[in-house]
Ligand binder design. Structure first.
Ligand code: AR6
Length: 183
């Protein structure tokens, strides 16, 4: 499914984000930037050690105490078909949801897109941030993801495509339903 927002396309697909040939894929990382499970684990294992090396440099320079929730940084993508990996950290929900978690998740998407724009990138693919190990309620997390991306695309004209790459048919359906309800 896709929707035109300004000059850009917002699209949904089911797939493995490590296989996307876009300018940047976004990683649902944790504040250490040292890798982990889920999509983070897949990106580091398929992308190779280059990505971790660059993350270590970011920790030594920009963020010695770790990447704050809702912020984003960028590295190259090692052996992956994408050109860059944008690392962001969504909130830890553990099944709960409130305004603070919503704001942090919104920021994770929005700041990732801001960084893509600063780098002159045109195509960005997102996973379903905070919907796995971090346990955010999927319906709320999907609505927030869509809102952040649409707000960005309405305001900025730099991107050509933002793609949500969902890892299951169920997650795809959640996004499809929420996107349909947007005028
Ligand atoms: N492609 C696309 N989506 C994927 C892939 C993939 N290859 N693998 C998993 N997903 P999670 P979080 C989906 O847990 O909730 C890590 O340990 C998955 O089905 O990866 O933000 C980090 O280091 C789910 O829908 O990220 C952090 O510690 C979504 O990606 C923590 O997990 C996000 O699940 C972050 O937790």
């Amino acid at each position: 499914m896709e929707k035109k927002i300004n000059n850009a396309v917002l699209s949904l697909k089911i797939g493995d984000i490590t296989e996307e040939k876009v300018d940047a894929i976004v990683n649902a990382a944790n504040p250490t930037l040292m890798g982990g499970g889920g999509v983070d684990g897949a990106i580091h294992s398929k992308g190779g050690p280059q990505i971790l090396e660059e993350c270590k440099k970011i920790r030594q320079t920009l963020y010695p105490e770790g990447l704050p929730f809702g912020e984003a940084v960028i590295t190259t993508a090692g052996k992956l078909p994408a050109k860059y990996v944008i690392h962001t950290v969504g909130p830890i929900c553990s099944g709960k949801w409130d305004n603070e978690k919503e704001k942090l998740l919104y920021n994770a998407y929005y700041n990732s897109l801001k960084l893509a724009k600063e780098k002159g990138l045109k195509t960005v693919a997102f996973p379903f941030i905070s919907a796995g190990a971090y346990g955010c309620p999927k319906d709320k997390a999907s609505q927030t993801a869509i809102k952040a991306v649409i707000d960005f695309l309405k305001k900025e004209n730099s991107l050509e495509e933002v793609r949500f790459v969902l890892f299951s048919e169920n997650d795809y359906k959640i996004f499809e339903e929420n996107l349909k309800n947007i005028k």
